[in-house]
Structure formats: C-alpha cells, structure tokens
Design a protein around this ligand. Structure first.
Ligand code: ZN
Length: 248
C-alpha cells in the first residue's frame, strides 16, 4: 500500500512539472481525396499554383508538434482531441473540418487539467474574396490575441521575437494598429478558451510570394521552428516567474 502510494505521488509530480502545449490547426484538410473547406484555398492563375490553407496549416502544425515533442513538451491536439506521443505526418492529423466549438471545448477540458498551457492556433491569411485570380500584394505574418492585456500578449511577444530571430521563412511580422506586436480580435479560439492563446496567420496564401514560401519544405520548417522557439521562450519565462511546472 505504501509502495503504491509512493509510486503514484512520484508519477503525479513528474506529470505536473512537464509543460503542455495545445495545438489547433484551422479548417479541413484532405479527406477521402477531397479538400474539406469551401474557400480557404487559392488558385494563382498566372503561376498555375494552388494552395489550400487547411493543408498548409496541417503541414506547419505537424512540424511544430515534432519540435515540441523533441523538446520534451507534452502536446494536446484540440482538433483530433488527443495527445501526441510521437511526431505525426500532416496526413495523420485530423483532416475533417472540426467545428470551432468542439475545438474550443476540447482545449478547455485540457486547460482545466493544465491551466498554464499555451494554445497556438495555426492559420494563414487571405484578403481576396474569390478563390481564383492573380492574387493580392499584402504579405506577412500576424499574431492575434483576445482584446485587452492578458498573458496571451506575452506569448505573442515571444512568438514575434522568435519569428524575427529565426527568419528563414523570409516573411515579415505585421504589427497591430496601435504598434503592438499583436493584433486583437474576438475570435472564439482566443476568447472562449480559458488559458493563454495566440492565433498565428503565417503569411497570406493569396499572395504569390507568401504562397510559394508556405507550400515549401523550407518555409514550413522555418515557420514551425519559430513558433516552437517562441513557445519555449514563453514557457521558460513562466517557469522562472512561478518557480514551478505547468499546471502546478
Ligand atoms: Zn484560417
């Protein structure tokens, strides 16, 4: 009895000191051979290039999960509703367009267990009203948080730092209207989740230069690495501030 208790306490302590990151990836991917989300795609006519945001998001998210697992961080996938213990390929991630309310609910279940876990929602941007054409000129990366000053703002600042420090992706970060590093919006993934959360628009898929980066191995690898470095910097800050692990 005593031995069992000892083992349980030891196990609980080990789980409590591990950091956990919640990863969200927007829209649908490829399911039974079909791209899942109407819109959220762009056909660059003159270049003959098609890009599906849901596919790019999954490619970057899969690489991010790989980096996080390598760093010894637990990863919860709030689209599939599961933890990953090995690095998935993007095709192993959930491909259906899981409703936002479900993703928020799954994230909040995890937040209740590990309340200091950061959530990263991986997206890409577009300005065009159509899914076909010769694109638009606006480029770059934007970081979004809920309105007002919360812990999410510090997470966004660390992500910005990483994106400009590890800039192999070749894209700039676009500041918010007030010159802050984050843009603010009442997106459900930011406001209905109960922990720190940042939505990243990693370039504009209806801009040809950004689209070429985001479909490339180098672009996806660099974006994912930057996201990982920003998250790890924020987690280190949390540990330094609290003197403890995630969820303690
Ligand atoms: Zn999106």
């Amino acid at each position: 009895m005593t031995d069992n208790n000892t083992v349980n306490v030891s196990k609980m302590t080990d789980e409590q000191v591990r950091d956990l990151v919640i990863v969200d990836y927007g829209h649908g991917g490829i399911y039974t051979g079909t791209y899942q989300t109407s819109g959220k795609q762009y056909h660059h006519l003159s270049a003959g290039l098609w890009v599906g945001e849901g596919i790019v998001n999954r490619c970057v998210a899969a690489r991010l999960i790989r980096w996080l697992l390598r760093a010894g961080v637990d990863v919860f996938d709030c689209v599939a509703g599961k933890e990953w213990h090995r690095a998935p390929s993007w095709l192993e991630l959930a491909q259906q367009d899981v409703p936002l309310a479900h993703r928020v609910a799954r994230a909040n279940v995890m937040y209740r267990q590990r309340p200091n876990s950061p959530l990263i929602s991986v997206h890409a941007n577009a300005l065009s009203r159509t899914s076909t054409g010769d694109g638009q000129p606006h480029r770059g990366i934007s970081l979004w948080t809920s309105p007002g000053e919360t812990r999410s703002d510090g997470l966004a600042r660390d992500l910005w730092w990483a994106l400009v420090t590890y800039d192999g992706h070749g894209m700039q970060c676009n500041a918010g209207r007030d010159g802050q590093k984050d843009h603010e919006a009442s997106f459900a993934i930011l406001t209905r989740t109960v922990g720190p959360a940042v939505l990243i628009e990693g370039g504009f898929f209806d801009n040809l230069d950004d689209a070429r980066i985001m479909i490339s191995n180098q672009g996806q690898r660099s974006l994912a690495y930057s996201y990982h470095e920003g998250i790890m910097r924020w987690l280190r800050r949390q540990r330094a501030a609290t003197g403890g692990g995630n969820g303690v």
